[in-house]
Design a protein around this ligand. Structure first.
Ligand SMILES: O=C1C[C@@H](O)[C@H](O)[C@@H](O)C1=O
Ligand SMILES: [Co+2]
Length: 305
């Protein structure tokens, strides 16, 4: 089976960043969507500055683009699932109206991702009781997502209580595989654990959404040495597009093809847009995909025929 099941997208995060809304604020929706077409991608994720569904759908249709999903910050441990559910229903309603496939959920209770804390040493840890509350709550949110024709995909993330492989294992073991799926983000797991393959191999069956984020290893090392925060690290250039860092995406992509992965692969490389020209990096990513990854589909097809 080949890439006909895979849709390639690129996230708005290279143009504008919801974690630091000031950067790239000059980049309008039209500019972003048109750049995505120029770079040859099929769609994107919803950014915090996106308009209501009618307006967005019009702009998408004009460019033959689709929406993969959107990030949702959950505070299940802090607020309880009942309170979170109200906001999550609204989130899913929006996503259904723009024909998205997934709702990306990240538990943000005690998260330091938006703070000035050292992201390499000061991440939070949940108690056993908090783990139970989180996993039960996610099962409930997963059922809500399904009412809107969406899959809940959980985003493991630097600076949060679900960051390391061990923590992702625990989350996968204690949530219902029918309702809670996994978003595999190559960049976050590599920065956290120095390895991106084990997570993919262990949880391949739960992965329903993928973020391809590359890492500049030397910059990562320097950020750790200097005790930088998550935001300072990405502004320093810790992340980049596939093919421009140290991750071997051919290995990752081959594994995804092997397990007949079906869904979106979204390029997500947050950098300062005033330093890393967003269209230039989108084109660089597309070139790498075309020249190094899509050829693997053909090779696989030849081997299996
Ligand atoms: O999926 C993501 C969404 C962003 O808001 C986040 O900070 C980024 O690192 C990411 O992986
Ligand atoms: Co991501």
């Amino acid at each position: 089976m080949g890439s006909q099941q895979i849709s390639w997208g690129i996230a708005p995060i290279g143009w504008r960043n919801d974690d630091i809304p000031e950067i790239g604020a000059e980049n309008t929706l039209s500019h972003l969507l048109s750049d995505i077409v120029v770079a040859g991608f099929e769609g994107t994720e919803v950014g915090g500055f996106f308009p209501e569904p009618n307006i967005l759908n019009k702009e998408l249709q004009l460019r033959n683009l689709r929406i993969a999903g959107q990030w949702f910050s959950s505070f299940i441990i802090r607020d309880g699932v009942e309170e979170v559910s109200t906001a999550f229903h609204k989130h899913c309603e929006y996503l259904q109206a723009v024909n998205a496939a997934v709702a990306v959920v990240s538990e943000q209770t005690y998260s330091i991702q938006g703070t000035s804390k050292n992201v390499f040493t000061e991440k939070p840890y949940f108690t056993d009781e908090e783990w139970n509350k989180l996993c039960q709550g996610l099962n409930e949110l997963g059922k809500i997502a399904e009412q809107y024709g969406l899959k809940l995909v959980f985003h493991h993330h630097m600076g949060t209580g679900v960051q390391t492989l061990e923590e992702i294992d625990r989350l996968m073991e204690n949530t219902d595989q029918n309702h809670v799926h996994l978003l595999y983000d190559t960049g976050h797991i590599f920065v956290s654990d120095g390895d991106y393959n084990t997570l993919l191999h262990k949880h391949k069956d739960r992965i329903k959404h993928v973020h391809f984020k590359d890492v500049r290893k030397d910059v990562r090392g320097q950020c750790e040495k200097e005790g930088k925060s998550f935001l300072q690290s990405f502004l320093a250039g810790m992340f980049t597009v596939p093919g421009d860092g140290c991750i071997d995406f051919t290995e990752v992509y081959e594994k995804l093809l092997d397990v007949n992965y079906s869904g979106w692969i979204v390029i997500e490389a947050e950098q300062d847009p005033s330093v890393a020209h967003p269209l230039e990096y989108a084109l660089k990513a597309r070139k790498y995909i075309n020249e190094e990854l899509l050829v693997l589909d053909k090779e696989n097809a030849l081997v299996s025929s």
